[in-house]
Write a protein that binds this ligand. Structure first.
Ligand code: CP3
Length: 356
């Protein structure tokens, strides 16, 4: 086992003492970085970049060269699993992800198989292995997946959606069909995450980007229930270390308690909830990750520092907080501003922690 030189990210998730608040950023490797755009151009398409272990490793490490980040996140996408199920993923310029074979009926769902993580998805595991080797213990590596509900929205709609007309039609009219799809996704994801962990991922994050589009009753039945299945099935210890599991439902502030009851280690928060309130509600049971509005990075360095100070003070004393943005970093953000953010978190975070 390579010794981990900086483990404050994992320690904070397990509420062990840390010297300052750790930080990583959703989409820390992405289009706001000129070096990312250069590697992406060399790769050809976005999926070519994901499928090339050396290039995926290169872009994973780029933000760590620039900033004092406390974790690396695997460079990949949540839509690799539906792609491996045979849906034919492609990204059309300016329109986001699309599938050539979306899922439209019970017959389509019955045909879907469970992808072999060391088969159709082996390129992801190769990227994990390459990144772990190149990181050489600098910081831990986060593996991830989309939630079954979030993946199903793309699979049924065939692309990004605002209204979710097709999948909600299925949810209300033929719930049995949707449950079969979600169950196959949950089984596939358990294998996928466990393979990432076996390949070297040291934490696992579940992105439920579209859970917030559901009603309280349908959130529990169609999203949370399948995330629960994943939390129950995921490897929680590897190589002598705990592997923390983090759940993130965008727009899910009203469901922090039931999310906590799944037995996960941490919750990702978007910016629509005050982190002090989140801590008061569930902070004795889980660590919290978040939760600055990504648009704060359009503001001046002074405003960014003030917003960081407010969020750190909102969480308050003690371990259990991982600083992050409430969602992915926007493509037009100035990379200098990200440096201001990372430095402010480490500098101001010290006053909330004791190493004793
Ligand atoms: C919904 C979702 C997707 N992908 C992901 C989610 C869940 C998180 C979230 O809510 O944002 C997850 C994701 N996507 C990407 C990562 C890499 C790791 C990281 O966070 O740094 C992660 C964790 C890279 C990416 N995934 C994508 C990019 C940009 C693609 C490019 O380089 O052109 C990156 C860096 C593409 C992507 N992939 C997806 C969309 C909607 C898009 C945008 C398409 C567009 O705007 O053209 C699906």
């Amino acid at each position: 086992m390579t010794e981990l030189k900086n483990d404050r990210f994992l320690r904070a998730l397990l509420k062990q003492p840390v010297d300052t608040t750790p930080i990583w950023i959703m989409r820390q490797a992405g289009r706001y970085l000129p070096e990312y755009r250069a590697t992406r151009a060399r790769a050809g398409s976005f999926m070519d970049l994901c499928k090339n272990a050396d290039l995926a490793c290169e872009v994973t490490l780029q933000p760590l060269e620039r900033y004092a980040l406390d974790a690396a996140i695997l460079f990949s996408d949540i839509l690799t699993v539906p792609d491996a199920m045979g849906l034919g993923l492609y990204f059309s310029e300016g329109e986001g992800p699309r599938f050539t074979n979306p899922v439209q009926s019970m017959a389509d769902i019955e045909k879907i198989g469970i992808p072999d993580p060391e088969g159709e998805l082996q390129y992801v595991m190769n990227a994990v292995r390459t990144i772990r080797r190149e990181l050489d213990g600098r910081v831990p590596l986060i593996g991830f997946t989309g939630s079954p509900w979030t993946l199903a929205t793309y699979m049924v709609e065939g692309c990004s959606s605002k209204e979710f007309a097709k999948i909600k039609g299925m949810l209300y009219d033929t719930p049995t069909a949707l449950h079969l799809l979600l169950d196959k996704l949950a089984d596939s994801i358990i294998l996928y995450l466990n393979a990432q962990i076996a390949a070297g991922a040291q934490a696992a994050m579940i992105f439920d980007t579209w859970g917030g589009s559901l009603t309280p009753a349908t959130y529990r039945e169609f999203s949370l229930r399948y995330m629960q299945k994943i939390v129950d099935g995921v490897t929680r210890e590897n190589d002598g270390r705990k592997v923390p599991v983090i759940l993130f439902t965008k727009g899910g502030a009203q469901w922090l308690e039931p999310m906590t009851e799944t037995g996960c280690d941490g919750l990702g928060l978007d910016w629509t909830i005050n982190i002090a309130e989140a801590r008061a509600r569930v902070g004795d049971k889980v660590a919290l990750q978040g939760n600055m509005d990504p648009c704060v990075l359009y503001a001046s360095p002074e405003v960014i520092r003030q917003q960081v100070a407010d969020i750190l003070a909102g969480y308050g004393q003690g371990s259990g907080h991982v600083f992050n943005l409430g969602h992915g970093i926007h493509q037009h953000i100035d990379p200098e501003k990200v440096g201001v953010l990372v430095d402010a978190v480490h500098e101001l975070g010290k006053q909330y922690h004791t190493t004793a």
